[in-house]
Write a new protein. Structure first.
Length: 294
């Protein structure tokens, strides 16, 4: 998509700059993800506050329904008054601009990491297409990730890449050597790897941190106290699904998803502790109490 391409190109320059500094793609992904989370931290705060406001509004809306009964005109009139008082648009529905922006950014980053030759090294689409066409079926690991396949098999396929200049070949060669991270090769896929390669740890950690994020979200919203039975644990199915995804994709993408989870959990804790509507209200009440006390 066009929007994703704009973000992918911009993110690619940033990721390429970090790779030039660190010479390691894993470190570059972690630093890049950290920077993006810091930049869009205010958006996350706004989204959480919006969710808190909507939850409060929905609770009052249910009370209003019971109070008005079958008097639809009275309900609509008082609902508009309540919405104005609470600063909520009752006609807004489920569309959330900050959520859509977050999704677009996530897709842009994902595309950036998945297609490094076009987004990070900025090779032409024509040359990339010609180069990836030289890959054999055995060298192709994942559909839609030909560029990472080419980087992984670069030394084997290099003699056939006569469409690339010496400078472009040198760039890819240097790039392909920067995927070793903490003893694992980020160009491999966990499901195709041996146990000794330790790539299984990425899906495992992804599950743990994703489940932790769900637990934190439930705890902050109070949902964990109300849920029971199967429903209490069904929300953790997403953690299982994400772990499965990490096991299927290149470890470079898995590392990004894992570190995003870790930062997301940390972000949730910080927002709930210092920036949520409840935290701000508690600070205001404490300040008022201290002023009255003095």
């Amino acid at each position: 998509m066009f929007g994703f391409d704009i973000f992918s190109s911009a993110f690619g320059y940033a990721l390429g700059f970090l790779f030039d500094l660190t010479a390691n793609y894993g470190v570059s992904i972690i630093l890049f993800t950290l920077i993006i989370n810091i930049i869009f931290f205010p958006v996350a705060i706004k989204r959480v506050r919006g969710m808190s406001t909507n939850e409060k509004f929905e609770a009052k809306k249910e009370e209003l329904k019971k109070r008005c009964g079958k008097d639809i005109q009275r309900f609509n009139r008082e609902l508009m008054e309540l919405a104005q008082k609470e600063g909520v648009n009752p006609m807004k529905g489920c569309t959330n601009i900050s959520f859509i922006l977050t999704l677009i950014i996530f897709s842009g980053i994902y595309s950036t990491i998945q297609k490094p030759l076009s987004n990070v090294l900025h090779l032409s689409k024509e040359k990339i297409s010609q180069a990836t066409s030289k890959l054999t079926e055995e060298q192709k690991r994942q559909k839609g990730s030909d560029q990472l396949d080419l980087v992984r098999s670069f030394e084997e396929i290099k003699p056939e890449l006569d469409m690339l200049t010496e400078d472009e070949l040198d760039k890819i060669s240097r790039f392909s050597k920067g995927f070793e991270f903490l003893g694992v090769n980020l160009l491999n896929i966990p499901k195709f790897s041996k146990f000794s390669e330790m790539l299984w740890i990425l899906p495992l950690l992804s599950f743990l941190f994703s489940a932790l994020g769900t637990f934190i979200m439930q705890k902050n919203s109070g949902l964990s106290d109300n849920a029971s039975g199967i429903g209490k644990y069904s929300v953790y199915l997403f953690a299982v699904f994400q772990a499965w995804i990490v096991s299927q994709v290149f470890a470079a993408l898995g590392l990004y998803l894992l570190f995003s989870n870790i930062l997301g959990n940390l972000q949730s804790i910080i927002i709930d502790r210092f920036f949520s509507t409840y935290a701000i209200k508690a600070k205001q009440e404490l300040k008022l109490f201290e002023e009255l006390k003095n």
